[in-house]
Design a protein around this ligand. Structure first.
Ligand code: GDG
Length: 724
């Protein structure tokens, strides 16, 4: 039976010392709740650090206790915690990924500690891992673990989810170990982020820094299909809704209210972290009171800061800054019976949190950057009467789902000030309208759905990988194909041209059919319907191939010539207005890349780099394709990284659709298709039920079989016609 192994830096448990004894306290965090249904079930386990450094003699006992709870500990020494966790994870990756580049530091010894600790986690997983297991690794502390496991277990199913943002390539590339980090993550099969932007940034870094080309959200890593996705995480909605409705929460709210008085409260609740934008919020509140003195005495900021990473110097400095600002603002506006900022530096049990969520009519959650932010979703779930206003930073992943919040740019102080006023003065009907919509969103997409979706997608991908594992065409299989062909009455064969029937030449004009190919096509066309389906221009195919009486499909399906009746244009093509912009971009790259050139077809543009110095061509092609992707997004175009080409074509057209269209009115009892590159995958996929599909070259493919090169294609075709 296969099991699921969850891996994260922290186990969902806290160990506390009381009278020399270890007490085990289950974590109530969102992730722990969501994954509870998985790791507590059957043989499944959760591997991670138990949160404290223990003397060696206690490790056995703790391990025994944790095993009973389906957990497996990775013990870290104080020095490891210092360098791996507080060091590299939180002073290199965390600031880089949240765009706080001035807080980043690069220390070789901390990178080494990170690598060693990741190896420790991978070793701990290996100890329990069996071939059919699914491993789900979480977050930025463990980016190297996927590939460490992949090296040891090439066929294992691995998922990776990153809970914090993934920055733009421009920031990520500053990290000295950027390629190692990317390759580490790419050991996973399925990689999830909270937002589409994170996913986009990750793909672009893989492309530009590590040389992987990608198609939509898929990357081929050493013949393994890897998928990158955006899956926003939700909360356990009912837990927060129920807790807020509970008598306990209501009683606590009443008690707090009695001592606080009747003023309006604005909730601010985060871990102590510079990414959360606490000083900015305080300054905006200060300015709000300054500009709107009528609110002095009527509204207070309820500021909860949860202690976190206080051994890291930048966090210590932040704490001092917050304390200074709170003191300054309170000193300025407080009266005998009014405290503008109620500041609490500690954490609270759930029932008290629920009371806070109930009693604050406004929640102001304005991080400078946040992967998702769950507090705002918990606030929404807790609003029993469907009133209340959420002020939310555009920079939180949650903003992508919660467009009915008042969205603000946390760097725009004037807008933040204005948003407080708007929230305080928002009519109740408007509050309810917005809150109802947000409650619908948050209650629909919960943590449980998120977990099911991730695991479902991961398993689905693995099944697709297996389906794509192309079989080498053995002599025996070849004989079977030949026999089938010979028995058929009305066979049809789709042939790609370059790389399939002829090898690649430095100059594409040198690829005209040689004598052997001419002979082969002459003989073959008498025994089967032949369709050459190529990315080439119609004119070129005409020049080289019309004499063989075969059907021609040019420019991936844009133009079609059937039975020599003349070229017709595919009616689905969009206008070619995009070409001027794309041509300008390509010409810019031609100037900078000696040996590269542009091929212009009626509805596609191709930048060729097969003559460019090795290395430079690849580098420029990656720059060019991300440049094109940026400028031509949403225009119904595909930007394809092909074999030594970058090609732009209308996405409504592809070889697969063209092949299917050609087959529509035929009654073929034998369908065969050959091709070598990405564009031929569309043919293989479209014909997968009906045809014998053959990929030329190595690599994953939708084709059923694979052969080495064009020579093997020709030899198989000769065998089929039974002469040479
Ligand atoms: C990372 C990403 C992403 C806070 N104080 C108390 C308390 N909490 C709970 C909240 C909430 C959680 O902690 C905080 O979650 P966030 O999402 O806001 O932030 P991070 O901890 O930075 O988490 C973040 C998240 O991963 C998930 O992927 O959203 O962007 O940075 O659940 O309620 N809970 C209790 N007492 C407190 O005082 N009981």
């Amino acid at each position: 039976m296969s099991k699921t192994i969850i891996v994260s830096n922290r186990l969902p448990i806290r160990i506390e010392k009381e009278d020399g004894k270890n007490l085990y306290k289950t974590s109530e965090g969102g992730l722990a709740t969501g994954l509870g249904s998985i790791y507590k079930d059957g043989d499944n386990i959760w591997v991670g650090w138990p949160g404290i450094s223990l003397p060696e003699e206690e490790e056995k006992e703790v391990e025994g206790e944790l095993i009973q709870r389906n957990m497996r500990p990775v013990f870290l020494s104080e020095a490891e915690v210092q360098e791996f966790y507080l060091g590299f994870s939180n002073q290199t990756l965390w600031p880089a990924f949240h765009y706080f580049i001035h807080h980043m530091r690069f220390k070789d010894e901390e990178w080494k500690a990170y690598t060693d600790a990741n190896q420790k986690f991978a070793d701990a997983v290996s100890k329990w891992l069996e071939p059919d297991d699914v491993v789900w690794i979480h977050d930025y502390q463990l980016m190297l673990v996927p590939n460490m496991l992949r090296q040891k277990f090439p066929n294992i199913t691995i998922g990776f989810f990153q809970h914090i943002p993934f920055p733009s390539y421009e920031v990520f590339r500053m990290i000295p170990w950027r390629r190692k980090l990317l390759n580490g993550v790419l050991g996973a099969d399925y990689i999830g982020f909270h937002t589409y932007d994170d996913m986009r940034h990750f793909l672009s870094s893989c492309h530009r820094l590590a040389g992987y080309s990608y198609n939509r959200n898929q990357i081929l890593v050493k013949n393994r299909l890897v998928e990158v996705d955006s899956l926003p995480m939700g909360i356990d909605y009912d837990k927060y809704a129920q807790s807020a409705k509970s008598e306990l929460a209501k009683a606590k709210e009443m008690a707090f209210r009695n001592s606080l008085g009747s003023q309006d409260l604005i909730l601010s609740m985060d871990r102590l972290d510079y990414s959360k934008g606490i000083p900015g919020r305080l300054k905006a509140f200060d300015r709000f009171l300054d500009e709107n003195p009528e609110y002095i005495g009527k509204v207070s900021l309820f500021l909860i800061v949860v202690p976190s990473r206080d051994r890291v110097p930048s966090y210590k400095a932040l704490k001092e800054k917050v304390e200074f600002l709170v003191g300054h603002i309170n000193g300025k506006y407080a009266t005998i019976n009014y405290v503008p900022i109620r500041f609490y530096y500690r954490s609270y049990p759930l029932d008290e949190l629920s009371a806070f969520y109930r009693m604050c009519r406004i929640a102001m959650i304005t991080p400078k950057r946040d992967g998702m932010n769950l507090v705002c979703k918990e606030y929404i779930a807790s609003r029993e009467n469907q009133d209340g206003v959420l002020i939310l930073s555009e920079m939180a992943g949650a903003a992508k789902e919660l467009s009915d919040a008042i969205l603000v740019n946390p760097n725009d102080e004037a807008e933040m000030v204005e948003s407080i006023k708007r929230a305080l003065e928002m009519p109740i009907k408007e509050q309810q309208r917005r809150m109802q919509i947000m409650q619908q969103t948050v209650s629909k997409y919960t943590i449980f759905q998120w977990v099911d979706l991730f695991i479902g997608n991961l398993r689905g991908l693995k099944a697709r990988q297996e389906a794509m594992a192309t079989k080498k065409l053995t002599e025996e299989l070849k004989e079977e194909l030949v026999a089938k062909f010979k028995k058929s009455k009305d066979p049809i064969i789709f042939l790609d041209y370059d790389g399939t029937l002829v090898p690649f030449f430095e100059d594409p004009e040198d690829s005209a059919p040689d004598e052997e190919l001419e002979k082969l096509l002459t003989v073959l066309s008498k025994k089967a319907k032949l369709v050459v389906i190529s990315g080439r221009k119609a004119a070129t195919l005409d020049k080289w191939l019309t004499k063989f009486h075969i059907d021609l499909i040019a420019e991936h399906g844009i133009k079609i010539n059937i039975d020599g009746k003349g070229w017709i244009k595919n009616p689905e093509i969009i206008s070619s207005e995009w070409k001027d912009e794309a041509r300008n971009i390509m010409e810019f790259y031609i100037q900078r890349t000696p040996g590269s050139f542009l091929e212009e077809k009626e509805h596609t543009l191709v930048w060729h780099y097969r003559k460019v110095e090795k290395g430079l061509g690849g580098l420029r092609s990656r720059e060019l394709s991300s440049h094109l992707k940026h400028f031509l997004s949403n225009k119904g175009l595909d930007i394809i990284d092909g074999d030594h080409v970058v090609e732009v074509k209308p996405s409504a057209i592809n070889k697969g659709k063209a092949a299917k269209e050609r087959l529509k009115d035929m009654n073929s009892d034998f369908v065969m298709a050959f091709g070598d590159d990405r564009t031929d995958e569309d043919t293989f996929e479209a014909l997968s039920d009906t045809a014998e599909t053959i990929k030329v070259g190595n690599g994953f493919s939708y084709a059923k079989f694979a052969v080495e090169n064009h020579e093997e294609v020709r030899s198989l075709l000769w065998n089929m016609v039974g002469e040479r």
